[in-house]
Design a protein around this ligand. Structure first.
Ligand SMILES: C[S@@+](CC[C@H](N)C(=O)[O-])C[C@H]1O[C@@H](n2cnc3c(N)ncnc32)[C@H](O)[C@@H]1O
Length: 194
């Protein structure tokens, strides 16, 4: 149990692990160094598909190298584009999960960060195209410049989502120092729960 509730990424992965099945389609909206893409590829398996987005060529290259090394290149489609354009690349296919790990790339340029405008736009798009019973996971960071504003924009937006269509959960680690990342999970119902 200690491993699961250690941090927001481990909590997110625990939920995704129960939710994503072999053959599913999943989106990594911010692939960075590729760790989340690799995690999703292992969950969807050889019959599934992962679409991995990032605006940085360096991130796409890192992700490519990692998934190739681990033997998952045939499952992953890497796309260098803003995640707010994700629907343009999916040809009408509906993802079972969409994962956002916000902020800047690990060991990358700290000035290239996710921003409220594109994050909210991508989040809206992901909820539109998400399969019924699908999940969106957002790991958010408030410790870097711009992070608090992005979190507040997300929080405002998800707080207003209809409870007849979505369940929204927020997790924060309230006894840790140095602004630990938090987690927002959104579950899309199979049908309206009016
Ligand atoms: C915290 S990192 C992601 C970490 C990554 N999932 C991993 O496993 O290493 C955030 C990433 O978001 C990317 N990013 C920033 N704005 C973006 C946008 N509008 N569309 C897609 N990716 C974006 C950054 O380039 C950066 O690589």
């Amino acid at each position: 149990m200690q491993g699961i509730i250690r941090n927001s990424v481990s909590m997110s992965r625990h939920i995704l692990n129960h939710h994503i099945k072999p053959g599913d389609l999943a989106i990594d909206a911010t692939c960075g160094r590729g760790q989340d893409t690799l995690f999703l590829a292992r969950l969807v398996g050889k019959t599934g598909r992962v679409f991995a987005f990032d605006i940085q060529g360096q991130a796409i290259h890192s992700t490519y190298c990692l998934v190739r090394k681990q033997g998952w290149l045939d499952v992953v489609v890497m796309i260098k584009d803003d995640h707010s354009n994700m629907a343009d690349h999916l040809s009408g296919n509906t993802p079972k999960a969409c994962v956002f790990n916000l902020g800047y790339m690990p060991e990358g340029d700290h000035d290239i960060i996710t921003t409220p405008h594109s994050t909210i736009s991508a989040l809206k798009n992901s909820l539109d195209i998400l399969a019924a019973d699908g999940v969106v996971s957002l790991v958010f960071y408030t410790g870097h410049p711009g992070g608090q504003e992005e979190y507040e924009a997300i929080n405002d937006y998800v707080s207003g989502l209809s409870q007849s269509k979505f369940t929204v959960l927020k997790l924060e680690f309230i006894n840790q120092i140095n602004s630990p990342p938090g987690l927002i999970l959104i579950h899309k119902f199979s049908e309206d729960k009016r």
